[in-house]
Structures are given as structure tokens and as C-alpha cells.
Design a protein around this ligand. Sequence first.
Ligand SMILES: Cc1ncc(COP(=O)(O)O)c(C=O)c1O
Length: 337
Amino acid sequence: MSPYLRKNITALKGYAPGEQPQNDDIIKLNTNENPYPPSPRVLKALRKATAYGVRPDNVLAGNGSDELLSILVRCFVGRGDRAAYPVPTYTLYDTLIDIQEGERAVISYLPDFSLPEALFSQQAALTFVCNPNSPSGTLVPLPEIERLARSVTGVLVVDEAYIDFAEEDGVSALPLIRDFSNLVVLRSFSKSFSLAGLRIGLAFAAEGIITDMIKVKDSYNLNRLSLAAACAALQDMQWMLRNVRRIQKSRQRLTLQLRKMGFHVYPSQANFVMARREGQNLGGLYEALKRRGILVRYFDVPGLQDSLRISVGTPREVRALLRAIETTETDLSPGLP
Ligand SMILES: Cc1ncc(COP(=O)(O)O)c(C=O)c1O
């Protein structure tokens, strides 16, 4: 157990599932399971699940990384406890903290989406950094994450749902879990592995934190089919990496063309870009694109109304989007040259 766990959960007994003996000479009739083994193919796939180079004690699979986020907040944020994170970012953090009646300590990113210094001294029970961040797509360099892990007083969660789309290797905080007992790194199979509907996420952390999370999660939080799919996906990393390279290429073209059209596009290391026209409400452009059958993300909240978050599609989809923006803008401003 980690020293960060909420007091009531430290004291909590937790649901006790049927005993799982380690030796084979027990006749195990206590959990209503099947006495026959699963397909050998499943077992082969499971063996590959060590793909991230960590021990099983340092990983927990969840029903999407959203479930892991929810488990983490339930573990470490009680009523009135502080949870800190830079904004704008993934808005699920707000919801999860509100459910716990925690205190949100949100601090604006600097204009270039680097970490605000105030984040380092929040004395929070839990700190989130989404890296690469959504909706900006920007990436905080690893030394900054390491400095944050060293500075925070509670648990630091680095949400790496989009990290596979980063251009460079060595940007993930995953190797740092060996050095920091308060660090959790989250990965999702919903983005780079194209498995959103199957709901698979992974949490990596020191054994103490994984033990805390296991105490709070549903006993049987993952279904076999999703596990089998995740294992198969890990056995074919080349497939994922090939798609990532295609998306990186499309992202480059999309960024370049949007910049030519006068948007400020933040340097994205994710599978989406944030395109901004400072001070101009892009709600009209969002609606016009929707009418043409192209859906992008518009956040109707102060500070983001001059931006669109656009997922990187296939080259054909990117071309269609760019054409649609061009024609829409001509229609909206017929007088312009
Ligand atoms: C930053 C971030 N974290 C986590 C998630 C959740 O992913 P999953 O499908 O694994 O629950 C998302 C999904 O959009 C996301 O944008």
C-alpha cells in the first residue's frame, strides 16, 4: 500500500473474491469457474503482454484508461482533497474530482503549453498531466515530468493516451516508475491500437500503488474478449507503428496546410491538432463543416472558442477537410480576395 491512499480506503477491508491458490494440487471449486483451460492461442498471446518491459506487479489493466483514471481518483481524492492539473486539458478529470467532492486546483498552461511553475507547489493529493495534452496535442519534455514527480507531495498521474503518436522515442515517463513510488503512467488501446470499442487501458506504477488500485477496482473489471484483443494487438506492434507513421505524415501535411490558411497550429505529438484563429469565434466554421458532413471538435468554453481540435484522418479525409474549410471560408467571407 502507498502512503498516498485515502485513510478510509486504507482502513477498508475491500471485497474478498474466492481464494486463488498458487499450487496445482488443490481441487478448486470455490469460484464457479471452468475446470478446462482456455485456448492455447490465448495463453500464447498473454505471454506477450510483457511488451512494456515491466513486471506484472507494476501493471494494472482497466476497462479503458478512463476506468483507471476513475480508480485513481477514488483511491487518492476524498472530500475536500486537492487535485491539481494544468488546463485546458481532458475534461474528464473535472468530472471525476467533482464526483469525489474534491477540490480542483486548475492552473493555466503557459501560452506555448509548457507547464506553469505554480503546478510544482500545489501540495495536491493527486496531480494530472495529460502528455501529449488534449486538446493542444503538445508534449511536455520528460525532464519536466521528472521534475514534477520530484516536486509533488502526492501522486502524479501522467496520462499518455496519445504518446504512441509522438515523433521521438524516449519521451514516455514509463521508465520513471522505477524511480518514483508516487508516479502512475496511463496508456490507452483506444487510439494508436484502434481498439476504442474494446475498452482497454493500462496503468503502470510502483507495486504499492498498483496494490491500492486493485483494492478499489471492480473485482472482474475486464472481459476476456478485450484481453485477448489487447494481447493480440501487442503481438503485432508493427501494425500499430505503421498506422502511427501514416498518421504522423498526415498530421504534418494537415499542420502545414492549416498554417497556410492562417491558423495557428500548435506543434502536435498526438493524432489531432489544435488550430486557432486568435480572438475569432470558430463556432460558425464548426457548424459549416458539420453541415458538409465533417465533424471536428469545438469547445464552447471561454479560452477555446477560437480553436478547433481536429483529429488526423486518412490523407483523403484530410484533403476533404481542407477543401471544406477553404470553400466554407470563401462562402462566409465572399468579399475577401
Ligand atoms: C487524454 C485522454 N485520456 C484518456 C482517454 C480515455 O481513453 P480510453 O478509451 O482508454 O478510456 C481519452 C479518450 O479520449 C483521452 O483523450
